[in-house]
Design a protein around this ligand. Structure first.
Ligand code: SAM
Length: 390
């Protein structure tokens, strides 16, 4: 019954967004296409049995190493950002995952520790809204315990950050990324679509700074006709603050946001807008594969970044894997299907078996969705960002 209602809801949302003449192969926009799940589980089980990965760090079919793991700790969010979890799809009756479908903190930590054993150096709890998961500080502490040298960070909408920043820092979080799409209160409330005031997020940013969660990054998704007017006020406000603003091109993640290329404000336009007010110059990347293109203010007032995932795809440098709320590994933000590790975990798989499976999943990875994006692919059912972690 619930499943039928979900399918009807999702189908309605998709059909409403695209021309009636198109056939949309969709089962459940939350989980992707609902593709060959059993075949993937069989692959995972077979890989778990060996041959052993041998402790080596795997590279994928395009020679890309595995460096980052994003972990969606909940599929729920207290915002309904129009470009991510639109209210008309993620409404009051939306069937979020039941608690026992979520990986437990112990399960997340076990999986993350196997990723670390295979070369991952950066862990990022995200969601949904990660600060909504009860006792998330405990999870941070457990992840920090895997290896003190890890780059342990978290992406949040900042709504609960003022309350939690200190405890997160004490638990071992190194830094934080806060999403903030406007400074103008009316625009901000309209974008989060739950009437949440911008001041509370700004308080969260201050609290995170005071707690030493630095360098603090601020993510701004720019959608044409919605918040382009926020680019300069945000750049002005955080220039010289030590925080690093990153402007993100609006992407065709998931299947529910009705993405159109016309709505994308390109990174080049964003840099030009800031460049009209301040002298800016490109800066060297901090490391190979850095997602944001760095720009510095020539007068020494710091830097900002642009993430041109639509106009200048960076698939060739992508070293990120994603662990969904229910324990599937996705090898691309735009994937339709993931590899089920939760079943393996709950069947009692050993650490060695888990590592074998993860290594095999990574080795067969060939994704380069953003390089292949067309108006047609943008309409395909893809897994929702809130579900696999933004
Ligand atoms: N709730 C947390 C937050 O708001 O930061 C974490 C999850 S959210 C999915 C992670 C990031 O993805 C946010 O910075 C958000 O702005 C970004 N995001 C979501 N939908 C997007 C889209 N369609 N295009 C570009 N970025 C998007």
């Amino acid at each position: 019954m619930v499943h039928e209602a979900l399918c009807a809801l999702i189908t309605f949302a998709i059909v409403r967004s695209f021309p009636m003449s198109k056939v949309i192969p969709l089962a459940d926009a939350r989980h992707g296409s609902g593709g060959p799940e059993q075949a993937r589980l069989a692959f995972v089980r077979r890989a778990a049995r060996g041959p052993a990965h041998g402790g080596t760090v795997p590279a994928d079919r395009r020679g890309r190493p595995l460096h980052d793991l994003r972990i969606s700790v909940t599929d729920r969010c207290n915002f309904r950002c129009v470009y991510c979890m639109p209210k008309d799809v993620f409404g009051r009756d939306y069937p979020f995952l039941p608690h026992d479908a979520l990986l437990t903190f112990e399960e997340i930590t076990r999986v993350a520790s196997r990723f670390v054993a295979l070369g991952v150096r950066k862990l990022r709890p995200t969601g949904g809204e990660p600060l909504l998961r009860r006792r998330v500080e405990r999870l941070v502490e457990m992840l920090a315990g895997i290896d003190p040298g890890l780059d342990l960070t978290l992406t949040t909408n900042g709504a609960l950050l003022a309350r939690k920043a200190k405890d997160l820092a004490a638990a071992g979080l190194r830094r934080v990324t806060v999403s903030l799409d406007a400074l103008d209160d009316a625009t901000f409330r309209a974008m989060n679509d739950v009437d949440f005031p911008v001041d509370r997020v700004l308080e969260g940013i201050d609290a995170a700074g005071d707690a030493g969660l630095a360098p603090l990054k601020i993510n701004v998704v720019v959608k044409r006709g919605v918040n382009e007017s926020s680019i300069l006020p945000i750049a002005r406000r955080f220039r010289g603050s030590g925080h690093i603003v990153r402007f993100i091109e609006y992407m065709d993640v998931g299947a529910t946001n009705g993405w159109r290329m016309d709505d994308v404000v390109s990174a080049a336009e964003i840099v030009a807008a800031i460049g009209r007010e301040y002298a800016v110059a490109p800066a060297e990347p901090n490391y190979a594969g850095e997602v944001a293109e760095r720009w510095r203010y020539v007068d020494g007032a710091g830097e900002f970044g642009v993430i041109a995932s639509v106009t200048q795809a960076f698939c060739r440098d992508c070293t990120r894997a994603r662990l969904s709320t229910d324990g599937k590994v996705y090898t691309c933000l735009f994937a339709t299907d993931g590899y089920d590790l939760r079943t393996l975990l709950r069947e009692g798989a050993s650490d060695e078996a888990l590592a074998n499976a993860i290594a095999a999943i990574w080795r067969q990875r060939a994704d380069r969705y953003s390089e292949l994006r067309t108006a047609e692919t943008a309409k395909r059912a893809k897994v929702e960002m809130s579900f696999i972690g933004g």
